[in-house]
Design a protein around this ligand. Structure first.
Ligand code: GAR
Length: 188
């Protein structure tokens, strides 16, 4: 059984979707959720779904080896960033080479980088009158949104689409594809 650890910073709808998807899987399961935000809604979801969850501060994450040591003990086969907004420290990446992936709500390399997350991405897509957008699932490296792409899916943006409409289309793509891509990665 493959072991998945999720990092999330906010609502956690992707985290919940992954937890539910892998709940009945023979291949993998979500064993823990870690968050940098002690008020994140993802913590309520974990409580409801009976998944171990932990919040941490910057010292534990990047100025000491506390989170690294937890991960070493937990031994995840895959670390999944699902709406996680802090930069992932290089010393943790080095320990889990090619085992850290992220989902981004745009077609990278477009609309990536610092400050480009969640609704800000969709606002920029609408402001620039894009005719399509989508999701990117990629390996994480030391730069924001720059690691090798694993998977992309597209949707169209019509001239009348609001930011909320685009967000809903992206949400749908994320719910559909993210679990399947992870399942496939962990079956290889
Ligand atoms: C998702 O749309 C995810 O792609 C995005 O944050 C949202 C989190 O939603 N991630 C980024 O923008 C990373 N740069 P959730 O907390 O409901 O899963």
């Amino acid at each position: 059984m493959k072991r998945i650890v999720i990092f999330a910073s906010g609502s956690g709808s992707n985290a919940e979707n992954l937890i539910k998807f892998f709940h009945n899987s023979d291949n993998a399961s979500v064993i823990q959720v870690l968050t940098n935000n002690p008020h994140a809604k993802v913590l309520d979801r974990c409580k409801r779904l009976k998944i171990s969850a932990l919040s941490f501060n910057r010292t534990a994450f990047s100025r000491s080896e506390d989170i690294l040591n937890i991960l070493i003990v937990t031994r995840p086969d895959l670390i999944v960033l699902a709406g996680f907004l802090w930069k992932f420290p290089e010393f943790i990446l080095n320990e889990f080479e090619n085992k850290v992936i992220n989902i981004h709500p745009a077609l990278l390399p477009k609309y990536g980088g610092k400050g480009m997350y969640g609704i800000h991405v969709h606002e920029a897509v609408v402001a620039n009158k894009e005719t399509e957008t989508g999701i990117t699932i990629h390996y994480v490296n030391e730069n924001y949104d720059e690691g090798a792409v694993i998977f992309q899916a597209k949707c169209n943006v019509s001239p009348t689409d609001s930011v909320k409409d685009v967000a809903a289309k992206i949400h749908e793509l994320e719910m559909e594809h993210f679990p399947l891509v992870i399942d496939k990665l962990l079956s290889e």
